[in-house]
Write a new protein. Structure first.
Lengths: 85, 438, 438, 85, 438, 85
């Protein structure tokens, strides 16, 4: 017998929400294991702050006066403000 | 003189139906909201504009060659089509178009060929829709660009915020129940596929919603996309009352411990871990999450910055223009002006509300069972709507404690919500297609 | 040894016909004009280069799979094609190609399938043409980019300059008469569709010309596009004598009042007003003017600058490369080396001249009936050729009065000319298709 | 009877040119009404000169010394000259 | 319950075959090499990622609609397909897929239509492959971008270095012999088309290799592309021992005269001279060398810098992403895990070695017959692998004489190698297609 | 008789390698003639060094203090280093 649409809806909710939770739970574990393994076996010399939205590129060890660079970045930033709101 | 009459019969004023005029006004309203009120303008400007174009009477921009041929009304062609579709003799063009849309692939293919042979063409917006959305490509490329813009740092620093992203997806499935209930009680006529496509509005994620709707319920795509983007823009109005109602002042003042530093290597490996998990557990989510992970890997791996840059800029911009116009093609009056649209708009906002509530409640539940307290205000960010929902968490948090910046903490559940709705999308497409086939 | 002979038979020198050699020289001339003389290089470099590629003997880059299969000369295939086309037995491959090009959709479709089955492929340029031009998409995207680059401020400050843009379109229609007259007197063999496509050269607008030609007369597209872009580059030579002949020194010295300030809101609303007018009055112009208005709205609305930026840069550049190569595919010798091409080149320059003259005369007429005087030199800018024609107005004005800067005043009719020719394009496509069907 | 190609041509000219004029005349009126309505009912505080080809973006209220900014813009301009003739 | 079972049957763990698991590991290895070791990351990141996606069990991303329909295993559909393919009753789905891949165009077309009618879809990667590679377009656009990045100055200053680029192509043809010998001795089963496609690895040029493989041997494309890019990344390891073995200290210390200045006009004319030569002598190389020349002309002509800029950036980046994913689709386990792949990897490195050696030997030969001495170390740069091979020449040269900078001198043979392998590609496609037809 | 695959392979090598050499030899001659003709009949006033990877654009005659320009170019270069490795 073809299940009613309500039954189908409940099936969808049950299996759907279940899968979402199972998947994300697995992801929590997998992520924790990955992070643990990386920091245990392959630690990086200088960790990067999670909070920093953009990482300084390795090549940017300033050969330019930081003030001038700041001025330029401000200028580039203002210039960009028009283009990427 | 014939030409003059011809031009008059062709002019929009003569042909304009009330529905089309109404839709043009509605689309102008969307443009107003996008431009003046800042409602997700990157999408709603092209969508609204595409909606106007789709409703220009006589231009047929949103119709396929076959539909345009039927509407052109050549007597012999109509007779042939009537016979092929097995329609009653004397059916109107609109009835034939409706039957054509519902017909089998083989018959549609045959009528299409007849239309091409009679020198009719696919409308511009129809072509855009075929290439950009029906193929699935545009939402996937946008998702790749979103992946390239996403920083999983806060999530990696505190992986359990993934549970908040999971909980908020209950908005999706509660809405599915709402939609099928409306059907079961005879108030609306939603199929299970329609219900799933409507539910995904609760995922608060534009490209995911468009992707699912294009697969399960293309006719409702216009209303679903408009609802999804509009409510995403309304997150700062929808969420705070719910968040405040479900929390007390003390909970809202919880200060969270600073996030631990996350290394570059973890960031590089995370999209690969996610990809492998998708491969092992949920192949049906592979297109969406695969492209998302690719974008994120290009961002983090540090050796293909020029590809990542293009994915975040030129490519996503180009795709956005076509995606918006294509969605606009589904704002054609005959498809949009339907009681179902009202149902979709109501169910959509309910989905947002339930998702928000479940995120907050999950955070409170986690506080009840765990020692490390989290501020329940970041739970609401689990609906995604990146980064608006995280900003709302931050703002409501600052109202309770002016020194408590929750933004970074809320980014974790926020991006978790993106993964969560992509998972929900994959599982819904897979289950519903199984139900339709079975 | 067979291989050596095979390579020799395949080599260009063996196969090269005089026509192809001539076309390669002509295309090299186009490249010279583009690179050395600065003739619209953004278009003429890819067009000229595409033209060389299209005329490489034996490469078949500009041919469809069916044409390549016929030219490959397999005996059985030729026999089948001869029968399908109802051609005389013993027809040459070239004759069969010509018949194939003129055959019905169904027969062409069948021969195409046969060619694919026999492992023949569409040439590279043919594929580009199908995707970029036959679909109409490339000219429309370029028009969107042009819209995103257009400032309607000067036009909004002085809307009556729209009349100048209207008058200059008479160049288009006068040329249509010229073309049909050549046909009526038996000098050329232009159909009414050909005549309309040739006339649009007078619109002085590349993408519009290519769009119209692709719809009405694809075989003439190569010559029409080359004429349109070449004469646009020659505007500084063509216009001044006509402008001086039709005005006296006093008229050329008229100083116009400074333009009033235009608000941002007017600029945002203008593309929407134009769009609504198109929807009401002239649906057939909806694709061209719709995309133009979308580009302009993206530019002015201020909330989608990244889309506007992409439309003006990455997207328009990509499309320009493909558009140019695709136009080049129509410079294939058998299509271009035809007396018609000479007719097109002559009619095209006549169109530019008449358009210029009508713009100037309209300005003088407006001066006769209105108090607020306008310098008739800005009338010539109504042909569009943005921004070259406006600069010419400015330059000729400065010759008469070194302090009289007309540039901004001329930008009004200049962009009005773009709208005018898009309207003319829409109405011509609509009327001609009615004539052909009726 | 099928009209001659000359008749067709004249028809095309007549109706085509007519449509162009009617359409652009309507556009003149519609534009005037729109401009009047905007300036009457929704005036903006600071109108922008029509003559200025590029509007300063709202975000560009200089937090940087204008001279330095000018130098940078000149540099950017020169840099661009290569790329957008 | 059915749903739960359905999800389990659909899950990757249940379906995963050893082959697919192995391929996912191999692709992770490619990603590691690309990201950690810097092996041509722009290509190998998308290729490796695409390879993972292609091997996600049950997702069918790399399969056509027809293949997906066969693998879905509907009984009636399989019966129909078995009959159409003339397969034995009871053939497994995998056997049918294999027969389908080898079937005639007409039968494949018919089965495709049946699959569409049964609501099956092309996988995402399959669609990318069709649009990007099967059409030939992606490698050609990349070649255009490479042309726009190439400076022919050093080559124009010393045109005889073209001979070095010619000699290094012997690696290509020696490998062809190697491949057919393996076939003739029954060790492998390479056709002449396979052999030609494998040989092109010796061209050390990614887009050329992909272009040739897509035309002659699409099934081997994955292994060929991976081999080509990997060995290009390994050039600093592969070449120096060979270079040192074939030269003595005195030869390595030869100081070359400074290159003469080259004028802008020569640089503009060179791509046109090359194009005309292609038109006259080798039409089959027209697509590859034509697009390459177009890119270079856009770079040098100085009037279309915005097109050149887009060709070098946005466009090439977009195409690279799609090209990489498309190549990844050919890393599907059933196609890649084959003894042939091992043969390809071995033959590929042999090709690089022979090419390097021939370049060096040709330089020594030229020194023997000419007065103007060249340092034989620049001969190895003739394999192309731009600019890596030229840098290797420079580095080995500096080891012999710390003041002898060979980089600019080596750029001549380096870009000559690009032209050389494009010529070889053209002639191989032409001859092999003749052999297959004849 | 169908030639063996070995024969086909040798044919391919012979004609392929031959074509490559013939083509590139023709290209050497054509290039030399072109260069000779250009420098003989259409000489440019200021030749550009072949060795310079990027030509200064004609518009870049510095209106800006070269030092400032150098600073800016360094900044742009560093900024780009992230984007184009
Ligand atoms: Na979500
Ligand atoms: Na015009
Ligand atoms: Na090479």
């Amino acid at each position: 017998m073809q299940p009613s649409i309500l039954e189908q809806g409940f099936d969808l909710m049950l299996f759907g929400m279940g899968t979402v939770f199972v998947f994300l739970t697995l992801l929590v574990f997998a992520t924790r294991i990955m992070s643990w393994a990386v920091n245990r076996f392959f630690p990086e010399p200088e960790p990067i702050m999670a909070a920093s939205p953009a990482q300084p590129s390795p090549g940017s060890t300033a050969a330019v006066d930081p003030k001038v660079l700041a001025v330029i970045q401000e200028a580039i930033h203002q210039h960009r403000a028009k283009h990427m709101p | 003189m014939d030409n003059l009459l011809g031009l008059w019969f062709e002019s929009g004023i003569y042909q304009m139906a009330t529905g089309q005029a109404g839709m043009i006004l509605i689309c102008m309203g969307l443009l107003f909201l996008a431009i003046r009120k800042g409602f997700e303008p990157l999408l709603l400007v092209p969508i609204g504009f595409g909606g106007v174009l789709a409703n220009i009477p006589g231009a047929g921009l949103a119709f396929s060659a076959a539909e345009n041929a039927i509407l052109a009304g050549d007597v012999q062609f109509l007779a042939d089509v009537t016979q092929l579709l097995g329609a009653e003799i004397g059916s109107t063009a609109k009835e034939l178009v409706k039957m054509y849309d519902g017909a089998d692939y083989a018959i549609r293919h045959q009528i299409s060929e007849m239309a091409y042979a009679a020198d009719h063409h696919n409308g511009m917006l129809y072509s855009f829709y075929s290439v950009a959305i029906a193929s699935g490509i545009a939402p996937l490329l946008i998702f790749m660009g979103v992946g390239a813009m996403t920083d999983f740092g806060p999530l990696l620093a505190n992986p359990k915020t993934l549970f908040l992203g999971a909980a908020a997806q209950f908005g999706i499935f509660a809405t599915v129940i709402g939609a099928v209930a409306l059907s079961a009680f005879g108030l609306m006529d939603f199929s299970i596929a329609d219900a799933a496509a409507i539910g995904i509005i609760g995922g608060a994620d534009g490209p995911t919603a468009i992707y699912v709707a294009s697969k399960l319920s293309p006719d409702l795509l216009g209303a679903i996309a408009v609802a999804a983007y509009s409510y995403m823009a309304l997150v700062p109005l929808i969420q705070p009352p719910i968040m405040k109602a479900l929390t007390n002042e003390a909970e809202r003042q919880i200060v969270m411990t600073q996030l631990r530093p996350v290394t570059k290597r973890e960031k590089i490996l995370f999209p690969l871990v996610l990809l492998v998990l998708v491969a092992l557990v949920l192949p049906s989510a592979a297109p969406l999450l695969g492209m998302f992970c690719l974008g994120n890997l290009m961002r983090e791996c540090g050796v293909v910055d020029r590809l990542s840059d293009t994915a975040q800029n030129a490519l996503i911009n180009i795709v956005t223009i076509f995606l918006g116009l294509s969605v606009g093609s589904k704002l054609e009056a005959d498809k949009f002006l339907d009681p179902k649209t009202l149902g979709i708009l109501i169910l959509g906002i309910v989905a947002f509300g339930i998702g928000t509530a479940c995120g907050v409640l999950m955070a409170k539940f986690m506080n009840a069972v765990s020692k490390q307290k989290i501020n329940p205000l970041i739970g609401s960010a689990g609906v995604s709507a990146v980064p608006m929902a995280a900003r709302v968490s931050n703002k409501v948090g600052l109202e309770a404690n002016g020194q408590n910046f929750l933004l970074m903490h809320a980014m974790g559940p926020n991006v978790a919500g993106v993964i969560g709705s992509a998972v929900a999308a994959g599982v819904m497409i897979s289950i519903v297609q199984g139900m339709l086939a079975g």
